[in-house]
Design a binder for this molecule. Structure first.
Ligand SMILES: NC(=O)c1ccc[n+]([C@@H]2O[C@H](COP(=O)([O-])OP(=O)(O)OC[C@H]3O[C@@H](n4cnc5c(N)ncnc54)[C@H](O)[C@@H]3O)[C@@H](O)[C@H]2O)c1
Length: 439
């Protein structure tokens, strides 16, 4: 099947590559011409495990190609166009849909100039507010495009494991309002359905809401265990014990019960906020939905206060920050709590040295010359009077801790990801403050 993907970001590029891998002939179009140029020569614009090899293989097989204009990317017999453009948070908390609107306007212009020879489904894969896909369907119908249909197909991949998540989904959700569309979407995903992946066929609104409800539920789990970390410190418990004791109950599950400095990233904050806005738009007040981001903000503030308390202030002190990406295995720093903590430390007068295995160049665009950039963890901790661990990179678990101890001026570690054993750290001589443990 011929498929076009608009947007060559984390979702678009992974979707394009994985669909090409399944035998579809895919064109991927991005308005960023330099990104397209780099993709054509095999340079992946972000860090994602296994993606580079798969892109190169698909390009070589001629099942994947890249374009910077819609007209080049589309054929008269393209059967589906996936929109994988950004939907950032707008100032009033709603999803900002202007990238989606622009892409659909461009598509309508294209379809009017170049009539399609068969039915084509335009799929909102971007996370869009409830009501968006239906509204876009009306817009397309009003433009007289009787062969063009709309579907919503939310994406659940996680950065860091995006390829594996896309290839092995727990479920595929399709929102549509006609059998033509469901049939076409099933044909796209047939190789997945053949492997027993369940397909949830629902209306547009349910499909759009499933995505927001899923992300907000996961964010709720994170916010909840973070609150338990705060409580654990007061009552003399250890949050990891709490998470283990809860997570072994299959009704709860262990996933997303790792305490940390607060959730961030390109999805949870904006999606929780957008769900709250959708609730408000419908004249409702749903306290739990509203409480999630309030809890997360309170936790982030508590985390910074804890850092200041443990370090007895940071003015003039040399502080090492390990981890800048919003989570491990990605270079994404969008809404990263680590970046925000680094900036707060700078404002508080600290002399900050940062290190992240993948996110240094993205971080540089935000932190500029306000911090020093270390080439290795060991460079970062040299002469440091405090070390903060903010991202759970596996690399950090394998550090030569004895070497870290000897390099630091004051071997004090505040570990917001609970990476190391407390007894081991204490035996090595560190003053060790893991999140969620009374010290
Ligand atoms: N990143 C994730 O982990 C993730 C997971 C699930 C869902 N989502 C959702 O997927 C959507 C995309 O997220 P992302 O992280 O991939 O974004 P991204 O910023 O990484 O990529 C978006 C790309 O779209 C391009 N673009 C913008 N307008 C365009 C247009 N008119 N035509 C072609 N390209 C255009 C941009 O240049 C950019 O390269 C968002 O709605 C997001 O909420 C993201």
């Amino acid at each position: 099947m011929k498929i076009s993907i608009l947007g060559a970001g984390y979702v678009g590029l992974v979707t394009a590559t994985c669909l090409a891998h399944h035998g579809h002939v895919v064109t991927c179009c991005d308005v960023d011409a330099s990104k397209v140029q780099r993709l054509r020569v095999g340079q992946i614009p972000f860090y994602e495990k296994d993606l580079s090899e798969m892109v190169c293989a698909a390009v070589q097989n001629r099942t994947l190609s890249f374009f910077d204009t819609l007209d080049e990317a589309m054929c008269a017999d393209t059967e589906a166009v996936f929109l994988a453009v950004p939907t950032p948070q707008s100032s009033d908390g709603h999803a900002d849909l202007h990238f989606v609107e622009t892409a659909v306007d461009q598509l309508i212009g294209h379809f009017q100039k170049h009539p399609m020879t068969q039915a084509c489904v335009v799929v909102t894969k971007s996370t869009v507010s409830v009501g968006t896909t239906a509204r876009l369907a009306t817009k397309i119908a009003d433009a007289g495009l009787s062969r063009i249909f709309m579907a919503n197909n939310p994406e659940f991949l996680r950065e860091g494991t995006a390829v594996s998540d896309f290839m092995n989904p727990d479920r595929i959700v399709v929102g549509a309002d006609s059998d033509v569309v469901f049939t076409k979407m099933m044909a796209i995903y047939q190789p997945f359905l053949d492997r027993g992946v369940p397909l949830i066929s629902v209306g547009y609104a349910a499909s759009e809401l499933i995505k927001y409800a899923s992300n907000t539920f996961l964010a709720t789990k994170v916010a909840f265990i973070n609150e338990m970390a705060v409580l654990s410190e007061s009552v003399g418990a250890t949050v990891q014990d709490i998470a283990k004791g809860m997570g072994l109950d299959p009704r709860i599950g262990a996933a997303f019960l790792s305490a940390g400095p607060g959730y961030g990233g390109s999805c949870f904050p904006k999606d929780v906020s957008a769900l709250g806005a959708i609730v408000g738009d419908n004249g409702l007040s749903l306290p739990l939905v509203g409480a999630v981001s309030v809890s997360n903000e309170a936790h982030k503030a508590w985390v910074f206060q804890k850092i200041m308390r443990v370090l007895s202030g940071v003015s003039g002190k040399r502080i090492a920050v390990l981890g800048l990406a919003f989570k491990a295995n990605t270079d994404d720093i969008r809404d990263s709590v680590a970046i925000s903590i680094a900036l707060q430390l700078v404002v508080a007068g600290a002399d900050v040295t940062v290190f992240d295995p993948e996110a240094m160049s993205n971080a540089q665009s935000v932190l500029g010359d306000s911090v020093r950039y270390a080439a290795t963890v060991y460079d970062a901790v040299t002469e440091a009077q405090g070390c903060l661990v903010l991202t759970e990179w596996p690399l950090f678990c394998d550090l030569d801790l004895r070497r870290v101890y000897h390099l630091m001026a004051d071997p004090l570690v505040i570990d917001m990801r609970c990476l190391w054993d407390r007894q081991t750290m204490s035996d090595l001589g560190f003053s060790y403050f893991p999140l969620g443990t009374a010290v």
